[in-house]
Design a protein around this ligand. Structure first.
Ligand code: ARG
Length: 470
């Protein structure tokens, strides 16, 4: 097959060059963006009198036909074509003849591919945004049912202070809300047109860059033609947002995995979202949660690929940039499947408040509250701290809990103790008293959920305004 650029060279290339050089295998997924970008370019060429109105109309009609046929499955993308750009142009010329050859006036594949990728990622950012928003909603739905479900909060993976399942899950909702904000900001910067950059130094044709941007519902065009074809910071920005998002999912996935263990037994996944072992008949494994954790590695890996690919690239376009697509496509696909699995996995899971409560009771997580009780009786905190530490040591030695320790034993250590201590260290009361705006008290968390919902809605509204489609 003759390459689209045959001329300076014969264009008949060695098979091995083709294998390394061709990108059709992975850039074909941008066919729709490639064609809509070309339609906007052709429209502008006609408006500017660079091609005649009739030529412009014929090109656009030809492109519409190609798009419809690829979508309908009646036009197969030729795997032997060098890339999606060459393929579309070649089919256009086959179909409409000489006019097709005018499409590429004032344009290079360098600005074309940058545009395609920006349009493609804009759409994917919108989809990932919706999926991440659904995950936040799924977490909030579970939280709403567990405002009073007391569980141990951990530091160093040691039982530390009492929280509730709702409070714990809402921490992840806050992380996801920031992920959503990051995606929106990244979408804004992605949706800018590089068209008019040409190969690197723009063109002598009187292009209307603003018109192309407007036709594609983009936020204007890039101010510098060399920047337009050579930077991929928008790809890296998305890849970084996705790495952070996956880091959050991975932490949650790790907790789900732990909580499903018999050691914790705080929850169980439904059978539909669990797997078995081929040898151990008793096993029910949280593979999906483990995969959310494991897939994070690939997304980080792609991020490193992109950073490394960009490092020290001389201006302007370099073929290295072709390596951006497989990395970011893989991250986008990976994040999407993970976010599709998370909400139904959470919705169908069973939580065991009794086990959480038992873990909370056995964990001396009310020791701080016991010390605070003494402080309220007038003891300096450091003295109260030491006294309660001794009480805990006594409980550990006697295999009992602070709740079950007789008042006599308390009073043996300090006359400041009275009956009121039991109320002060009651787990539900310990949680209820932590009613600062960011704390775990059911009334606080209820408010936090209400505010998070409002924030989510506001973000969704902004996202709705952003996703004009291509
Ligand atoms: N496949 C190329 C890419 O992904 C398209 C641009 C090719 N430009 C060129 N001058 N070879 O970056």
């Amino acid at each position: 097959m003759k390459m689209i650029w045959a001329g300076r060279t014969a264009g008949d290339v060695d098979e091995r060059l083709n294998e390394l050089n061709a990108s059709i295998g992975f850039d074909q997924r941008m066919f729709e963006e490639d064609i809509t970008g070309s339609m906007a370019h052709a429209f502008m060429l006609g408006r500017q009198g660079i091609v005649s109105p009739d030529e412009s109309a014929k090109i656009i009609e030809g492109l519409e036909g190609i798009l419809a046929d690829i979508k309908a499955g009646s036009l197969a993308i030729d795997p032997a074509a060098e890339d999606i750009h060459s393929f579309v142009e070649q089919v256009l010329t086959q179909r409409i003849g000489e006019n097709g050859k005018k499409l590429h006036t004032g344009r290079s594949r360098n600005d074309q591919v940058a545009l395609d990728l920006r349009l493609y990622l804009r759409r994917e950012i919108g989809e990932i945004f919706s999926l991440a928003a659904s995950s936040a909603s799924a977490l909030m739905a579970v939280a709403e049912r567990h405002l009073e479900t007391v569980m141990p909060g951990y530091t160093h993976l040691q039982r530390a202070q009492p929280v509730t399942l709702a409070h714990h899950l809402m921490a992840y909702v806050q992380m996801l809300l920031r992920d959503l904000q990051r995606l929106l900001a990244c979408g804004e910067r992605t949706a800018v047109s590089p068209l008019g950059s040409g190969a690197l130094a723009s063109t002598t044709h009187p292009l209307d860059q603003a018109l192309v941007a407007q036709r594609l519902n983009l936020n204007g065009f890039m101010a510098n033609s060399m920047d337009g074809v050579s930077d991929r910071d928008f790809v890296l920005e998305l890849s970084s947002c996705l790495s952070i998002l996956m880091m959050h999912l991975s932490r949650l996935a790790e907790e789900i995995t732990l909580w499903c263990s018999w050691e914790f037994r705080f929850m169980a996944l439904s059978d539909r979202f669990s797997t078995g072992s081929s040898i151990m008949p008793q096993k029910k494994n949280p593979d999906l949660a483990e995969l959310l954790r494991g897939k994070t590695a690939r997304v980080y890996g792609n991020n490193v690929t992109l950073l490394t690919m960009m490092k020290a690239l001389p201006m302007a376009y370099d073929k290295d940039l072709q390596e951006d697509k497989e990395a970011i496509f893989d991250s986008v696909d990976t994040v999407k499947i993970c976010l599709q699995v998370l909400p139904p996995m959470l919705q169908s899971a069973t939580f065991f408040p009794d086990h959480m409560r038992a873990a909370a009771a056995a964990g001396f997580i009310n020791a701080t509250d016991c010390a605070d009780y003494l402080v309220k009786k007038g003891l300096p905190f450091r003295d109260a701290y030491r006294l309660v530490g001794e009480l805990v040591a006594e409980c550990v030695a006697k295999k009992t809990t602070l709740e079950a320790l007789p008042l006599k034993e308390y009073q043996a250590l300090s006359p400041a103790f009275d009956e009121g201590v039991y109320e002060a260290i009651d787990l539900a009361a310990c949680v209820a008293q932590r009613k600062t705006p960011s704390g775990p008290a059911p009334e606080s968390v209820k408010k936090q959920i209400g505010e998070a919902k409002k924030k989510l809605e506001a973000l969704q509204e902004v996202a709705g305004g952003q996703s004009h489609g291509n």
